[in-house]
Design a protein around this ligand. Sequence first.
Ligand code: ARG
Length: 563
Amino acid sequence: MSDAFVTAIANVVSAQTDLSPAEVEELIETPPSSEMGDYAVPCFALARKWRKPPAAIAAELAAKIAPSEYLAKVENAGPYLNFFVNKRCLAEETLKRVATEGARYGTSNVGAGKTVVIDFSHPNIAKPFGIHHLRSTVIGNALRNVYRALGYHVVGINHLGDWGTQFGKLLAAWQRWGTGELTEDISVATLLQLYVRIHDEIENDPAVEEEARAWFRRLEQGDPEARRMWEVCRNVSLKEFNRVYEMLGITFESVAGESFYQDKIHDTLQRLQDKGLTTVSEGATIVDLKPWGMPPFIARRRDDASLYATRDLAAAEYRWSTYHFDKMLYVVDVAQSLHFQQLFKVLELMGYEWHARCAHVVFGRMLGLSTREGKVIFLEDVLNHSIELARKMVEEKNPDLPNKDEVAQQVGIGAVIFADLKRGRIKDYVFDWEEVLNPFGDTGPYLQYTHARFCSILRKAAQPVVMGGVDYARLSEAETVALIKAIAAFPRAVQQAARDYEPSIVSRALLDIADKANKFYEKHQVIGVEETTFHARLLLVDCTRQVLANGLRLLGIAAPEEM
Ligand code: ARG
């Protein structure tokens, strides 16, 4: 639910135009400075509709809309219609709502009865959980939290890369160089070495490729030995992945990797053929996508080995029939854009109206963390390093903190997560240790410190926070109002994050709250001021720490009370 002011503006503007309140709400912006107003409605869209200059429309509307209890003043400024809210009402509405809703502030039930499937994280087994899978993991998890907060039924799926010709290579490698039976004592690092070794071997001697193909054929045909070895690889990898997920506090509703669709591919291919969509080209079965300017979707290879793309097709069908989703999001690297365009087009050609419910949530690359040899960086190592650095920081700032280990863990991991979620997901970003952990930068630790700082004010005040009898007119200084406005904007940010599949909207809302909170506290004392003002400010402090905690939780970051 949006705040009362956005709703009030949406209603008054809607009454004077042919826009619905929801359409007006989409347009509402926050002006760059509060002298210009608290909220603004740009009139460009109306100008196009009505074929009049936007400034004329703004003037016309400003003249028609009378001030009300909530909206103290309406003004036009160029193409904008600016609203000034009643500050006392703003404080009262906002703080009462935060104090009443507590941990639920920012949540709603707009998604009740709707299902969102989110395909995220999806590392590849028999390889370490690399840093390149961090982005999908944290963006997907934040979206999962955001949708849940809005009342959606969310199915988070870990579509593990646990099938494919690479396992033929791995098994062939074990047969060549392994000793005895493959057992779960083996480490993922060793599996990776084996894989790299056979890869090099194939480069030198293409005949080895045939060996690998034969193994994959055995695996696909259900040969018990091949199957057993594959299971060992899968279990060993999962154990390692689960360690990382535990550190990050991430769980899934379903861990159904590519292998899960193995027995479903046959029917999927049959349907493709029955619908007359396939042709045979050089022995492979393809769906021609030339009319849409795309290369063919290869459904089956000449050697009959199954393919990533076909498994995705089977997965989409399976998920539709299992979950009847309203949306299915694939949180995957921008490098796979073409794959998903092809996939969605094939679903459309198959006549599935739900193809339009599928979206590829793309993200750019994370740079700055690579070894000289271009080797994989283990995510676990990055997290541990960050925890180490955070421990030093905590040690310096608060040597007497009783639960230093726990806090170091929360701060270290929070720093890595926030670095990833702070800007628009499409952008590439450079990971820089100094920047990521800087407690004064736009970072996870900064948000956590601000939260802890406000918790400590409450501790020091050592008095209960009361809502009854608070004089909201006391919360009228510029810095105070700015903070309250930032808090009021939070629920809308959560909704927009879901609408745009963009966790950074929540991140930015939190940074704004933290900035305003620190500015407020620099200017205004809480403890030791006159009683009535004290109670009003104390309530604001409590609401600030609440909203910061709520937002951090949505991003998958812990909010320690002391650090
Ligand atoms: N495991 C794949 C990779 O690492 C990503 C899987 C994405 N999900 C999907 N349904 N294709 O590249």
